[in-house]
Design a protein around this ligand. Structure first.
Ligand code: BMA
Length: 338
């Protein structure tokens, strides 16, 4: 049966052809890193960020670490998905009454469009790291919505549509520091306020590249073979953590069930901009653009907590690869509820 990929056509997405000597199913843009040190007067590093198609280009919410090293969220715009312009001020978050909602820190945003609204999830201070949720329709006014979890939690990723009338959220419960454990969980909500029917989706694997912890990356892409989700996996070495990434296919109707899961990483820190920077050896995906008509994918990832980089792939080829290279972990194929 022919593969169906859901989404709006995106003929203007960035793209480079696969190099002849590439063995993998993802290949890096030769212009990487596309965002470099000190991108604006107030910001030292912009990385781990998320964006969506917008008018004839792209727009998004970026993790911008200031010169006091606190991270904040800034809006960025691009015509081609490669050259970005960032606002120097952080976004002005307001609560439902229009009052400022100021947070000490905000990092690792994800952005997803559901119906005609864009939702931002990110890690924020709630007496410790937890997940914030905001909505916008114009990337000028951002309304901070209810807290979606208690501390400690990171890596909140919403699905791009409801399933059985429920919003679906992936999270990664953690601790207050540089968490040395972590599995991906799923929660459902009718109203984006009350969350429940929690399920565990995946555990950190027995395979070493993802043995310490895992976390959801970009919002899942819907295909006839399941939800395609990229996720990061962390290995603990004698020199600290190494962040690589892999992919899974989740069941379309019961997305807490893993159908296939890559045994081998798809990308691991290899290039100078991935192995050297503020935090060496980090590749951390947060956003994906795709064109359903050509099957093209552009996966954006933070590199070394310093840069933004992009890798390309063909969705049909990636799906074939995940199925061939798959190894499930106990619990993956179940709707695991403890
Ligand atoms: C995680 C998050 C990410 C960061 C990674 C590596 O805990 O804080 O923002 O990229 O560590 O430092």
């Amino acid at each position: 049966m022919a593969l169906t990929i859901v989404g709006d056509p995106l003929p203007n997405m960035p793209w480079q052809e696969k190099p002849a000597d590439e063995f993998g199913v993802l290949w890096r843009d030769t212009r990487n890193p596309i965002v470099k040190w000190n991108p604006t007067p107030s910001t030292a590093r912009i990385f781990n960020s998320a964006f969506v198609p917008w008018e004839d280009g792209f727009i998004g919410v970026f993790r911008a670490d200031h010169r006091d090293v606190y991270p904040h969220l800034h809006v960025g715009r691009s015509k081609d998905g490669i050259e970005w312009e960032f606002e120097d001020d952080e976004i002005d978050l307001r609560d439902e009454e229009g009052k400022p909602w100021i947070s000490r820190y905000s990092y690792d945003p994800r952005v997803v469009k559901i119906d005609d609204t864009y939702y931002v999830t990110w890690c924020t201070d709630f007496g410790g790291p937890a997940l914030g949720l905001a909505r916008t329709q114009d990337f000028k006014t951002f309304t901070r919505m209810e807290n979606i979890c208690t501390p400690y939690n990171r890596n909140g990723v919403l699905f791009p549509r409801k399933i059985d009338g429920d919003f679906i959220l992936l999270t990664r419960p953690s601790d207050a520091g540089h968490t040395a454990f972590g599995d991906i969980y799923l929660s459902r909500s009718k109203d984006l306020i009350h969350w429940g029917r929690h399920r565990r989706v995946m555990t950190s694997g027995p395979v070493w590249w993802e043995a310490t912890k895992i976390g959801a990356g970009a919002p899942p892409i819907e295909t006839s073979e399941g939800w395609l989700l990229f996720y990061h996996g962390v290995q603990t070495t004698c020199n600290g953590y190494v962040y690589s990434f892999g992919a899974v296919l989740l069941d379309l109707e019961q997305p807490e069930k893993v159908l296939y899961r890559t045994r081998n990483y798809l990308i691991t820190p290899e290039k100078d901009y991935e192995t050297t920077g503020m935090v060496p050896n980090v590749t951390f995906p947060c956003a994906a653009l795709h064109d359903p008509e050509t099957g093209r994918l552009a996966l954006y990832y933070g590199a070394a907590d310093t840069y933004i980089a992009v890798a390309y792939g063909s969705i049909p080829e990636i799906i074939e690869h995940i199925k061939k290279d798959s190894e499930l972990v106990p619990g993956d194929a179940e709707s695991y509820r403890g």
